[in-house]
Design a protein around this ligand. Structure first.
Ligand SMILES: Cc1cc2nc3c(=O)[nH]c(=O)nc-3n(C[C@H](O)[C@H](O)[C@H](O)COP(=O)(O)OP(=O)(O)OC[C@H]3O[C@@H](n4cnc5c(N)ncnc54)[C@H](O)[C@@H]3O)c2cc1C
Length: 300
């Protein structure tokens, strides 16, 4: 049965594979229980080997990929199976001979933004996304008028058995905060094409936009960014405010008094309290405006 015992032992010895790891400090809401197993790959080949062993050994126990946890609600009861952190191992960032930029899934978007600005490329909008490239690719994250998939040429994907495949832009259907056409499995990196832009202009614009954000959003609190996507021609925050819920608190979870489309963890909130607040918002907005609000964040 223990065919891959040596491989697992070596991952345990290097502490790349750990058991019962708290996920609370690994997401921006600071909520949630533990991962049954937690794995930090040491590069794409190591990840591929791990997934192949994991699948064979565990008969497909769940696998979840974690970036910076900035769009994620982790259940209070924790997560069975393995959580794979892309942060330290999938961090390659380079410009290729043909001008494309390759960024590993674990590269923070802020780092990609800086890299682009330095090269005089128009990827500076990534500075507004506090997640990883992997998270931005699967969410089609966007900020300051730019969107991830406007620049994607192809993505590198990995299957549950550890097989790597490149998926072309033409085979995918990016939409508002979602992407159709990705293969089952996960993303290990992306190839991007950016246009030229003056570095100094880009730097100034981003500084200004980040400062504006500081004034309108509850920066410095534990939150996951926008809780709901904006319905067509509407602002989720304004709808929530219009039904009188701004500042509403359930347990430690509170609708931000600064921006109603943010739920903040004001005092040791549980995932259940956040979900109760989400449900209350959806019910009241539907009853009073007829509009269905869709959550933007993911729940494992
Ligand atoms: C203060 C704040 C402001 C924000 N502002 C914006 C904004 O302006 N625009 C915007 O679009 N978003 C915004 N967000 C949301 C968030 O930053 C983005 O959705 C981001 O792309 C999530 O990346 P992540 O690495 O944190 O993903 P995580 O939260 O770690 O994961 C999110 C989902 O993606 C999956 N995932 C992560 N990595 C991979 C991978 N490599 N392969 C496959 N699946 C993967 C996870 O399993 C999960 O389902 C904001 C969040 C915060 C906290």
């Amino acid at each position: 049965m223990l065919k891959h015992v040596n491989a697992f032992e070596s991952w345990i010895a290097t502490q790349q594979l750990q058991q019962v790891v708290s996920l609370k400090g690994l997401n921006t809401w600071h909520i949630g229980g533990t991962a049954e197993y937690f794995f930090r790959p040491n590069g794409v080949a190591d990840l591929s080997h791990f997934l192949a062993c994991w699948q064979e050994q565990t008969q497909e126990k769940p696998v979840h990929f974690l970036g910076l946890g900035s769009n994620l609600l982790i259940p209070d009861a924790g997560v069975p199976g393995v959580v794979v952190s892309t942060l330290k191992g999938l961090t390659e960032l380079k410009q290729l001979d043909d001008g494309l930029i390759y960024a590993g899934a674990g590269v923070p978007c802020a780092k990609l933004a800086k890299f682009c600005v330095k090269l005089g490329l128009n990827g500076g909008f990534f500075a507004g996304i506090p997640g990883t490239v992997g998270g931005a690719l699967v969410m089609n994250a966007g900020a300051f008028g730019g969107e991830t998939w406007q620049h994607v040429v192809r993505v590198e994907q990995i299957s549950a058995s550890g097989q790597l495949t490149d998926r072309k832009r033409e085979d995918c259907q990016p939409a508002y905060r979602k992407v159709g056409g990705l293969l089952p499995g996960w993303v290990t990196g992306g190839y991007f094409r950016f246009e030229a832009m003056d570095s100094q202009d880009a730097q100034q614009t981003i500084k200004k936009l980040l400062a504006q954000r500081q004034q309108t959003q509850p920066i410095g609190t534990f939150n996951c960014g926008s809780v709901f996507t904006n319905p067509p021609n509407q602002h989720a925050g304004k709808l929530i405010e219009s039904v009188g819920l701004k500042g509403k608190q359930i347990g430690g979870a509170m609708i931000s008094p600064k921006h109603a489309n943010f739920i903040i963890n004001a005092d040791n909130a549980s995932a259940e309290q956040v979900l109760t607040l989400v449900d209350l918002i959806q019910t009241q907005v539907l009853a009073q405006t007829g509009i269905v609000l869709q959550p933007e964040f993911k729940i494992w």
